[in-house]
Design a protein around this ligand. Structure first.
Ligand code: PML
Ligand code: MG
Length: 263
């Protein structure tokens, strides 16, 4: 069980932004922190937003709140990296992987078309696997998956075990993908960054794991993507609660270190 009280620490930064959430999205971030580490957590999020290649923010919000619910422990997805020679091939491969995860071709194509319609998304779009319709009603805000983290010591052991770099962007994305795919209403996720200097993305699902693709767009492109393919007929309110509010630690059991063992 978790002994200590944890706090959810969140950041959102925008250009020409306001409290209402308009403007160009620059950066967002999520951490879970003990009280003693809040200053460090806030600084990490501040740094992330102040040095972002999408530009300098003129609006930023950093907030923390105590977590009162029990924190769920979830294992990281398995991970595999595909090297492709072009963004076009990367996109093709992402569609093949989504099809393998059980998404119909016509639904995949429809979802790709939403990217042109919603080009300044902050959170995820949720697309129904049956109809291909976007089923969240959040506009460009999308659904923001929140309240999740992976303790550094455990992440570093995991990364060393698999010979992977200690890479904060991959860590953040894998935390989110592992949390999202653990809920049965999620069938698969497609994601690449809106950072013009970062072109790696992934397709994830509980069965397939986290399938990284080294090129899913061209350098300089600020169009990001985060789509959850969902079975919208299932427990909708509980699903949204899980994504936005259920606190989760990712924990790798390869080498036990005392955290989350019974959690
Ligand atoms: C993001 O930065 O918003 C998403 C990054 C996705 C890919 C991360 C990786 O595995 O390298
Ligand atoms: Mg981003």
């Amino acid at each position: 069980m978790q002994q200590e009280r944890y706090y959810s620490v969140r950041m959102r930064a925008a250009r020409n932004g306001t409290y209402e959430g308009d403007g160009k999205h620059i950066s967002g971030g999520e951490l879970l922190s003990t009280y003693n580490n809040i200053k460090q957590a806030v600084n990490a999020l501040l740094d992330k937003a102040l040095t972002h290649s999408r530009g300098n923010p003129d609006f930023m919000q950093i907030q923390f709140e105590a977590i009162t619910e029990p924190i769920e422990c979830i294992p990281p997805l398995t991970i595999k990296t595909h090297e492709v020679e072009s963004a076009d091939r990367g996109k093709e491969l992402s569609q093949e992987l989504l099809a393998k995860a059980g998404i119909q071709r016509k639904v995949i194509e429809k979802a790709y078309r939403y990217l042109e319609k919603y080009s300044n998304m902050r959170g995820a779009m949720l697309v129904d696997i049956h109809s291909g319709e976007r089923v969240d009603d959040r506009g460009s805000k999308g659904v923001r998956v929140s309240r999740m983290d992976w303790l550094n010591d455990n992440f570093e052991k995991w990364a060393a075990h698999y010979g992977l770099p200690n890479h904060s962007r991959m860590k953040e994305a894998l935390i989110l993908a592992s949390k999202v795919s653990a809920y049965p209403a999620t069938v698969a996720e497609l994601c690449w960054s809106d950072d013009p200097e970062y072109i790696t993305g992934y397709v994830a699902s509980k069965e397939m794991g986290y399938q990284r693709i080294n090129k899913l767009k061209e350098y300089g492109d600020e169009q990001g993507c985060r789509i959850f393919f969902v079975d919208a007929s299932r427990e909708w309110d509980r699903y949204l609660y899980y994504l936005e509010k259920q606190p989760v630690f990712i924990h790798w059991e390869g080498k036990r270190d005392g955290e989350c063992e019974d959690g």
